[in-house]
Design a protein around this ligand. Structure first.
Ligand SMILES: *Cc1c(COP(=O)(O)O)cnc(C)c1O
Length: 385
């Protein structure tokens, strides 16, 4: 969900004219990145930046521009697949760089990288293992130590940081997400990350770091093929502006949702139950309980990033929670909950306040429908409002 400011910028950009690639001060052709660059320069002082279509494109471009025909050194523990179809070895192969695996699945030390660098090395790549964690006997090489190896070998250290948070989430208990700025301070030469994960903006891929390397990425013919269109630039610009203002937790919906406390979510659940009672009566509302639960950021893309929440728990009198889940999912608008131990769980953390009324109506209908034998409902469709 985009911020209100980002959405209205998109509408403006879509329905009018803009100086996307026109330099108004010089009256000559301009550069589309000029709309993002000043904001990124404030978020990452002293670093250069580039924005492309998504993080996969950013990594592809970095590997191609810096390591085509050469080796990219990656830890065996970081050859990950991120949901869908992003696999690190496949992106590497597509870029023309050769994969040089080091270490083992659970442990990779600085000395493993050191032993692998040589005349054929193009770069060292570190990948955020976004959606899984090695628990137990594990060891990964921190960016600071990797940077020392890279510097000694004279090759760049590129970090694919996936979620790309600009804010520190540690105070919220999401401690495995290190802000991008810290990675740069610790010695990463380039960091790539998504625009639509923890940044809270539109689909985009950002590259931030050493100016000479960013320039090489920008010169690659693939850069044109991966460029952002004006609607995405408009949305990204407004999202970055909220971060620059230091107002991301207030203005960017993704971060506002992550930051919401259990108490606030519990209050909203109570309000929703009240709405259901008004629509469907106290018997239907009595099937809704409010209980402690856990929200997982990114639907599990940060496996250790759990936030306490208050769940709205719906009990089906027929015991068919699966049927109720299905009815809610296939209705209009679709409502997605999860079934656990024969009960349907809804977490209002990700429900917008403007959707609460609609959700209450759909929930009331689902709970009322469960009360009535299905045959009767079918014979009197005109009575439903
Ligand atoms: C999500 C993710 C990607 C892919 O990013 P897109 O913006 O979806 O292309 C790549 N690497 C990591 C570590 C990720 O978490």
């Amino acid at each position: 969900v985009l911020s209100a400011a980002a959405a209205s910028r998109v509408a403006e950009a879509a329905t009018g004219y803009l100086d996307l690639e026109y330099d108004l001060s010089r009256g000559a052709r301009g550069d589309r990145h000029s709309h993002l660059e000043p904001l990124l320069a404030r978020l990452f002082p002293g670093r250069a930046s580039l924005a492309v279509n998504n993080n996969a494109a950013a990594i592809l471009l970095a590997l191609r521009a810096l390591a085509k025909g050469r080796e990219a050194i990656v830890s065996r523990g970081e050859l990950v697949e991120i949901g869908g179809s992003f696999r690190v070895p496949d992106i590497l192969a597509a870029s023309g760089a050769r994969l040089r695996e080091v270490g083992t699945t659970n442990r990779t030390r600085a000395s493993d990288y050191e032993a692998a660098v040589g005349p054929r090395t193009g770069l060292i790549l570190k990948v955020h293992t976004s959606n899984f964690k090695i628990v137990g006997f594990g060891e990964e090489t921190p960016v600071a130590a990797l940077s020392a190896v890279a510097r000694k070998a004279g090759v760049p250290l590129v970090v694919d940081w996936g979620s790309g948070d600009l804010v520190d989430l540690a105070p919220l208990g999401i401690g495995d997400e290190v802000p991008v700025r810290r990675l740069l301070d610790e010695g990463a030469d380039l960091v790539t990350f998504s625009g639509d994960k923890l940044l809270g903006g539109p689909q985009a891929g950002l590259v931030v770091g050493r100016a000479d390397l960013v320039e090489r990425l920008g010169r690659d013919p693939l850069a044109r093929a991966c460029r952002l269109d004006r609607l995405l630039i408009a949305a990204l610009r407004e999202t970055l502006a909220a971060h620059v203002r230091g107002r991301a937790f207030e203005e960017v919906p993704t971060l506002r949702m992550i930051a919401a406390g259990a108490e606030e979510i519990g209050r909203r659940a109570g309000r929703l139950r009240g709405r259901v009672a008004r629509i469907a009566g106290p018997a239907a509302a009595a099937r809704l309980r409010i209980e402690d639960g856990v929200s997982r950021t990114g639907g599990g893309s940060s496996p250790l990033g759990e936030r306490p929440t208050r769940l709205l728990v719906a009990e089906s009198p027929t015991g068919d929670a699966g049927g109720m889940e299905r009815a809610l999912r296939l209705g209009d608008p679709p409502v997605l909950g999860r079934v656990r131990e024969g009960r349907l769980l809804l977490d209002l953390r990700t429900v917008l306040e403007t959707q609460e009324e609609t959700l209450a109506a759909r929930l009331a209908a689902a709970l009322a429908a469960d009360q009535t034998p299905k045959r009767k409902l079918i014979t009197s469709p005109s009575r439903t409002t």
